[in-house]
Design a protein around this ligand. Sequence first.
Ligand code: SF4
Ligand code: NI
Ligand code: NI
Length: 708
Amino acid sequence: MLINRIFSGNDAVYGLTEKAVNDAVQQHGADKAVGFPHTAYCLPCYYAVTGVKIKTLGELQAALGVVKSLMTREHALDDALMSGVATALCAEFIEALKYLDGAEPYQEPCYGHLADSIIRELGVPLVTGDIPGVAVILGSAPTAQEGVDLIKSYQAQGILVTLVGGIIDQAQELGLKMGYNLRIVPLGKDVTSVIHVVSVALRAALIFGNVTPGDAASLLTYTKDRVPAFVNAFKPVDDVVLAAGAGAIKLGFPVISNEDENIVEVPGALIACPNVADFNKVSLEARGIKIKITKVDIPVAFASAFEGEIIRRKDMRVEFDGSRVDCVELVQTKEMNEVEDHKITVVGPEVDSFELGSKHSLAYVVEVAGKKMQPDFEPVIERKFHNYINCIEGVYHTGQRDMFRIRISNDAFAAGFRAKHFGEVLYTQVKNEFEAVVDKCQVTVYTDPDECTRMRHEVAIPTFDKRDARLETLTDESVDVYYSCILCQAFSPSHVCVVTPERLGLCGAVSWLDAKATNELDPNGPCQIITKERPIDVNLGSYEDVDEAVKKYSQGALEHVTLYSIMQDPMTSCGCFECICGIEPFSNGVVIANREYAGMTPLGMTFSEMASMTGGGVQTPGFMGHGKHFISSKKFMKAEGGIERIVWMPKELKETVAERLNKTAKELYGIDNFTDMIGDETVATDPEVLVAFLTEHNHPALSMDPMM
Ligand code: SF4
Ligand code: NI
Ligand code: NI
């Protein structure tokens, strides 16, 4: 019965797809280009499953035959599940047709196809458990309220929620705020739009997992073991939805439904759950997702899903703005007897006495004490404040140190949120996350403007200056050990980052100090000490110790890794790099593109296309993923001559790194305003125009040795 229904749903979808594709070929011709925007994987699902890139309508038509071959009709569960996969591929074909001629078929709030860059962004939070799972909610809930409650329950757990069909209207009806930044992503109203989340899961396997396109068995193992997704399907579940659900089950994603008619449960895979209020619990159990619960004693919600929430001027009660008045956030190490655990003090007036929409000073100082606490950990803890404060519902934080800006929304204020609650949040989170080094913690929140000025100028700035001076002297030569980071192995099983003072992790989120603190907090965790006692070639940055470490932590997948070369045994990339650099042969230089840049580079590739050659934990000489901060490092491809090789960067990235990069160029080569010599998209996106520009500006790379 169940199997027959899946077959019939699959047949129906296949019929529609065949007709749509044939019509499209008739209308536009077989040579018409087909594909999704901002991806290097053409039709990603079809490519992942078969290894074939579809680029034209003619190829799409031919691919129908391949899909048909998956639609076996033996009466066994696995035939049914493969028909589910065939249904998913059909859905991808139908969705791809919507994008013909550069059309933008999806309007707010729906997203439709999701760009490769979003998948890379998801890497780290999925790995750290910050996003513990991905929910796919399909259909219309019995009532709008039940639907929204379900969405919110996942959101409060940090789960990324994708929506397909009537649930989107229900969410809009009740005014639910949606968007990728809130971890609620409405995909589309047609059931076929569910393919856009499947596409994310399959591209994750290609990007992070180094799964060979076409190796369907590894692909399915990857999604089953490493992508924590599940489906909630509301009744009525018709044959088509059931067929799509079979595809999800084949990928390892359980389907939970309140359907009570004509459904046979498949243990662990297709689960009946009559009460929508129980969906959350049943789903997490079925997918084995564990939620880190942090109970913070404040009157509004606290969850990582609120991290990306933006508070607009018209919605804010008050603002604290470090660019206008004295603001500062600071961690200070104290003696045990100087700290009273969980003491929270507010110095100055509470928010109640501030006028609506006004700007004020704010300082919060977190004093910590612990036997294993070191001043080196202060900036590591402090940098998390942005994340902690942003997790408060209705509170928004940008910037850091004495240049932060915080807004408290009218809603949060009305719910009772006050300045003292910053203290509560900081206390709870610091104690939670840094319990291995912080035994006691107290927080003072200053709203008194004179006190803020005093704290900023007399206490904090001298501390920051001292720390910056310490960072300046932290070079690869000045330390005794480096650190490995294997956090991304959850997705990229053979990837290892080697983190040094002058080369941070490619995600941009793990500096040498971070790695050191992580090692201290969790000695058996992702960051392990790598000694550097047996150098092989100092210029390349190769060490026997490093080789041994990467071999061990990659389970033998890697034998040699150099720290400073892009050509010889370069470091691998998981997929969540902030930037990629790749060699540009006409100028003897390298081009760097950052994830946010969607345009073309002089390599004839977009960031996505460069990235598709770089990830998956494999070494790709000539291409390297790295953090933004690394661009101004003296160790940036030092073996090939260093930053002098940089010939092109997107304008925005160039502006972000200009100050530090120019400083390094001056120090290393005596070049003034080096960034003026570097091309960007306003100058050239093809190599010939670029070389002309470089020649005109006398760029040093032109006279360097070729790299290959
Ligand atoms: Fe992943 Fe490397 Fe960043 Fe660690 S340092 S989180 S392994 S990218
Ligand atoms: Ni001042
Ligand atoms: Ni990663």
